[in-house]
Design a protein around this ligand. Structure first.
Ligand code: GTR
Length: 410
């Protein structure tokens, strides 16, 4: 592929390809049962994804300090508990921090299941609620002009609310927990200097990159696990029922977090595309070379060796999905979001199915991709929403129903 070449959107031009087999170890040993999968193949796949795609992140924080900055039982007109919790990620109170925004339904004496997802522009963009604290981190400029010199302002309140139907989530009996991805790493090539990668590295901003160095996606995923560390001690949350959700680049992060950290009960990828749920070997829409060119900071150094060499990558997206097994996972696509390759996302779910079968579980339960506006799936959910690249109320309804089926809802 010539760098910057036109993406392929023609199904007839998808080349023939052979996917790596999730049920064959690198030394050729077949995986016939859960034991071999869990003891050998699963760790091996995690290692391959670290080494070649996302890079190697620390397993834990060097120290953590949870500061409950606010807990208000009368938020949203008395319907919700709003909590804002700062997680100091180095144990001191000067180092990197992640600010959690939580809304929990007001239900006495019951721990609630929650959705956990990172947001793109700051917690205050998720809902117009004036009580939400505004991030002081670097934020990207927005079209509405609410960001001044990469600083968020109050004008940004609620600007991303369509992606976060808070009232609807609460009405269905779930809480919502979110944090700004830029608390972990602001999303630009030099952003690592302002995030956890520099702060947790012994040589700080003089850092020398290794080929398996964690990228921004891994830093975001790591932060999701730190949020989980806090949720395990929050008295309002049922930590056994935490559902990860992420849209697009943050869907890639949700998948990687869910693969690494089995405390997450359900994982939802909304249009995560290349480097997420889409099979890379199809070379449909966005490709590895596009990611590496436009977002050189997202993946590890070695990932750059796979520009236009998709077949050489030792893993593919179906194996990322398989790493969720036996937990429920949902892949949402949108019909006009060809850049993210909806069919490639469906096929990743389909080819993850053999691993679910080791646990006696049905994945998608179908072999044909559903029509636009339809959804399928048992332990692997999939839908093709009509429309563009977005996270919408329609997507949320599918996710809420799927999670109800698996986690029992109220
Ligand atoms: C695009 C990128 C995609 C996806 C998307 C997003 O520009 O090519 O991989 O991550 O951004 O995050 O909205």
């Amino acid at each position: 592929m010539v760098v910057g070449a036109e993406p392929n959107y023609d199904e007839s031009k998808v080349p023939a390809y052979t996917l790596p087999d999730p049920l064959v170890c690198e030394d050729g040993t077949p995986v016939r049962d859960r034991r071999v999968w869990e003891k050998r193949r699963r760790p091996e796949l995690l290692w391959l994804f670290e080494e070649h795609v996302y890079g190697r992140a620390p397993t834990a924080a060097p120290g953590m300090w949870f500061e409950v900055v606010e807990s208000d039982g009368t938020a949203l007109g008395g319907r919700a508990i709003r909590r804002q919790v700062t997680i100091w990620l180095r144990g001191d109170r000067v180092g990197p921090r992640m600010d959690l925004l939580m809304y929990l339904p007001r239900e006495r004496g019951r721990r609630v299941p929650v959705f956990l997802g990172l947001n793109f522009m700051g917690n205050h963009t998720v809902h117009p609620d004036p009580g939400i604290r505004i991030t002081e981190q670097w934020v990207p400029a927005d079209r509405a002009g609410t960001v001044v010199s990469n600083r968020a302002t109050a004008a940004g309140r609620g600007t991303m609310a369509s992606r976060w139907p808070v009232e609807r989530i609460l009405a269905r009996g779930y809480g919502l927990v979110t944090a700004y991805c830029g608390d972990l790493e602001p999303d630009f090539p030099e952003g690592w200097k302002l995030g956890v990668r520099a702060a947790l590295s012994p040589d700080g901003t003089n850092h020398v990159f290794r080929l398996d160095e964690w990228g921004a996606v891994a830093a975001w995923a790591w932060g999701l696990s730190r949020a989980m560390d806090y949720l395990e001690i929050d008295r309002g949350v049922d930590a056994k029922r935490v559902v990860l959700i992420g849209h697009s680049r943050l869907g890639k992060a949700a998948l990687w977090a869910g693969a690494r950290d089995r405390r997450f009960a359900v994982v939802i990828s909304n249009e995560s595309g290349e480097g997420g749920a889409a099979l890379t070997r199809r070379r449909f829409g966005e490709r590895i070379a596009d990611l590496n060119r436009r977002f050189p900071h997202w993946f590890c150094g070695r990932y750059k060796e796979y520009d236009d060499r998709e077949d050489a990558l030792p893993v593919d997206a179906h194996e990322l999905i398989a790493l969720m097994a036996p937990r429920p996972v949902y892949i949402g696509s949108a019909s006009e979001d060809l850049w993210a390759d909806p069919r490639g996302e469906f096929l990743a779910g389909l080819h993850a199915e053999p691993v679910y079968r080791l646990y006696g579980r049905t994945g998608l339960g179908v072999t044909e991709m559903p029509a636009v506006g339809q959804w399928v799936g048992r332990y692997i959910g999939y839908h093709l929403r009509p429309g563009r690249h977005e996270l919408t109320a329609w997507d949320w309804e599918r996710y809420l129903d799927f999670v109800d089926r698996h986690l029992g809802g109220r």
